[in-house]
Design a protein around this ligand. Structure first.
Ligand code: AMP
Length: 280
């Protein structure tokens, strides 16, 4: 495994691999890797000749009062996890190499970023699409793997790739959960023992809503009320930012739920913002 810090060097390596006919699989991350990330890496290993994992806490996608400075980092541990998964390259650029002082170009998808998380994190998805397009240009992947955990992000990236004819297959992968149902996230590290107990209500609410849908309930208001009531049982959930049933592609809110709609939620537990979703 090789750690590459320079974007130019990474791009040269990637272009040479392509010339040699290798299929490149790419897993972009912000590090502090867990089984959710590793599930993407394993899928990439299966479907490509070479796997590149990027580790970059992208300042552009963090709001002013968000957790950029305290975002968990452990590069040594990430390296040994990647080594164990037989990752070929870790791309580990610095913020100043990704965004030199004269940086002036941004990528913005319309509409899709205006709902769900985008409403509460202005500019977030512009930061995401900008960095992901840069990473695609540097790493030159044939296939790029993203988790459905960040469902809105996945849809926005698929939109960008289609609209801008980016020659990459964007592959969505299922959410990996802890045994009690909590979706794995680097941010789970922030949770105290008591907060961790409250966090389980997030997936509990989603599972219950899905079960109620499967028993025949289609009224979104009723499904939402039920989910929100379960969240309210959690003593340390201090803010429910949204609990929505949305169309899987347009992300528009539904009134009558249908199979394959997405139930998406964002809450604050203490200072930790957690998101999750489930497909009906
Ligand atoms: P992050 O490091 O949080 O930016 O995540 C990097 C990638 O891993 C994104 O595509 C996420 O959607 C994905 N990911 C994060 N958590 C999970 C999870 N629990 N299950 C599946 N994929 C995940």
């Amino acid at each position: 495994m090789e750690v590459v810090k320079s974007p130019l060097e990474m791009q040269n390596i990637a272009l040479n691999l392509k010339k040699a006919g290798k299929r490149i699989g790419f897993v972009p991350t912000m590090g502090y890797l867990h089984e959710g990330h590793l599930s993407l890496v394993r899928r990439a290993k299966q479907e490509n000749d070479v796997v590149v994992v990027s580790i970059f806490v992208n300042p552009l996608q963090f709001g002013k009062n968000e957790d950029l400075d305290r975002y968990p980092r452990d590069f040594e541990r990430d390296c040994s996890l990647c080594e164990r998964e037989k990752v070929d390259y870790i791309f580990y650029p610095s913020a100043s190499d990704m965004y030199p002082e004269d940086f002036k170009t941004y990528v913005e998808v319309k509409d899709l970023p205006d709902v769900l998380c985008g409403k509460f994190r202005p500019g977030h998805f512009r930061g995401v699409t900008t960095v992901v397009l840069k990473l695609f240009n540097i790493v030159q992947p044939d296939n790029a793997y993203f988790g459905e955990k960040d469902y809105q992000q996945l849809k926005i990236i698929q939109r960008m790739v289609k609209d801008l004819n980016v020659p990459v297959n964007v592959i969505g992968c299922p959410i990996v959960r802890e045994p009690d149902g909590l979706a794995m996230s680097s941010r789970n590290k922030y949770l105290s023992e008591e907060e961790r107990k409250s966090a389980v209500f997030i997936s509990k609410a989603l599972f219950q809503v899905k079960e109620t849908f499967e028993r025949g309930e289609r009224d979104v208001n009723k499904l939402k009320d039920m989910g929100i009531n379960i969240l309210k049982q959690a003593p340390l959930i201090r803010e429910i930012q949204y609990f929505e049933v949305v169309h899987p592609e347009s992300l528009e809110p539904k009134e009558i739920a249908e199979s394959s709609d997405v139930v998406a939620v964002a809450v604050y537990i203490g200072n930790t913002r957690l998101i999750d979703n489930i497909r009906l």
